[in-house]
Design a binder for this molecule. Structure first.
Ligand SMILES: Cc1cc2nc3c(=O)[nH]c(=O)nc-3n(C[C@H](O)[C@H](O)[C@H](O)COP(=O)(O)O)c2cc1C
Length: 385
């Protein structure tokens, strides 16, 4: 074969490879990330009334972006609306959240967004947590009473700008003053929970090591690893189809890893596990400028709802003040896993000792990495019943 013919075949082969990669890049959403119906929830809305309150609620954080909520608004003759907030138990993280602690925290987060957004949408709110003892899925009832719309306050304005930030936080530590203020805002109106800041460097190192060990232990537990990977969405088509889950761009991976994860055919679970443990060690814990531990009775669903409200209010307050946050729950997940399996406790004791009480949830904070992005949301029609 002539040299020219060989070059022709090589060129054609390269074209096929590049073309295939581009087609995959398009499918994976690399060329147009975060566009499409799964992201419209973050755009300004023309909705009004209770529907607008629910539209704010669904922008809240939820574990693995599970969005295990559904809402039933009932309007009374006087214009007030009773908004029931349910846990959708058909949506689950499997053994990662066997007792629905995180699912209930997510419901609390949605309730907090609804409460924060309501005054500017023309409603006062009255909240009852677990209003019906015989209905375990009805976690909250929010009565919305018409009022003159208020000016949106700082927390309200933060709602569409709050995203989980899993990148490297710059080396600026928060002042004690700021942490006090944030704690007061987070806990306002909650019962049964407290927020403990971990700021001393030796304590931060200890908690960091616990979180890395927990991530390692979680990935070594086959069923935990499988269920943990269930909601990772490698493909933009999946994101648009389901409108939930953890997208690759929200993981704030290094640019090379992000491109590799999105271009290669779905990365293997073990590769993903390794990359997560590495990020936990080298990015998340290495750049945590303070940790927050939310303390309360982990087994009580009402307390979990209050804890979720506190977490969401905290995140909004952080964003309003120019700071960032990432939930970090692997140590609590593994504490529950050890208890469920009846194996020796590895994480609960050390966490309790650090926090001075039972830990329901953990997080890190710092200045924004600049890598936080919006995550998908399910259509309102799917969560309004
Ligand atoms: C109860 C709860 C637990 C969470 N645990 C973690 C976690 O361990 N690690 C993490 O990176 N994000 C965690 N998140 C954050 C969610 O993954 C995130 O809220 C979701 O993907 C939606 O993204 P957004 O917060 O940017 O809107 C948690 C959120 C909640 C409410």
């Amino acid at each position: 074969m002539s040299r020219r013919a060989v070059l022709g075949w090589v060129g054609a082969g390269a074209l096929v490879v590049v073309g295939g990669t581009l087609v995959r890049a398009q499918r994976q959403g690399l060329l147009d990330p975060r566009t499409g119906p799964a992201y419209t929830a973050w755009q300004p809305t023309h909705r009004t009334g209770a529907e607008a309150v629910v539209a704010a609620a669904v922008l809240a954080a939820s574990p693995h972006n599970l969005q295990n909520w559904w809402f039933r608004p009932t309007t009374a003759a006087d214009g007030s609306v009773t908004l029931d907030v349910h846990d959708d138990t058909s949506r689950s993280l499997g053994v990662v959240d066997a007792h629905r602690r995180e699912a209930h925290l997510g419901i609390g987060a949605a309730v907090a967004n609804a409460e924060v957004a309501a005054p500017a949408l023309g409603f006062d709110t009255r909240l009852t947590v677990r209003p019906a003892a015989d209905d375990e899925t009805l976690l909250a009832r929010l009565v919305l009473t018409p009022r003159t719309p208020a000016e949106p306050d700082a927390l309200t304005q933060a709602i569409p700008h709050r995203h989980s930030d899993r990148g490297a936080y710059p080396p600026e530590e928060p002042s004690a003053d700021l942490l006090d203020r944030l704690r007061a805002t987070a806990l306002a109106g909650t019962t049964g929970v407290d927020l403990v800041w971990i700021t001393a460097s030796d304590q931060r190192r200890r908690l960091g090591a616990i979180l890395v060990d927990a991530a390692t232990a979680l990935t070594a537990d086959h069923q935990m690893s499988v269920d943990n990977a269930e909601l990772i969405r490698y493909d933009h088509q999946q994101v648009e189809r389901y409108g939930d889950g953890l997208t690759i761009d929200a993981q704030a991976l290094s640019p090379f890893l992000e491109v590799a994860a999105q271009l290669l055919p779905a990365t293997s679970r073990t590769q993903g596990d390794k990359s997560w443990v590495r990020s936990t060690r080298d990015v998340h814990t290495a750049t945590a400028r303070a940790y927050g531990l939310v303390v309360g009775d982990r087994s009580d669903s009402a307390t979990r709802v209050h804890a979720g409200r506190a977490l969401q209010r905290l995140h909004l307050a952080l964003v309003a003040e120019g700071w960032a946050m990432q939930h970090m729950n692997q140590a609590v997940e593994m504490a529950e896993r050890d208890a469920t399996l009846g194996t020796a406790d590895r994480f609960d004791g050390p966490l309790t000792q650090l926090a001075g009480g039972q830990v329901i949830a953990a997080l890190r904070m710092g200045r924004p990495s600049g890598r936080a992005v919006a995550s998908p949301r399910r259509p309102l029609a799917d969560v309004l019943r």
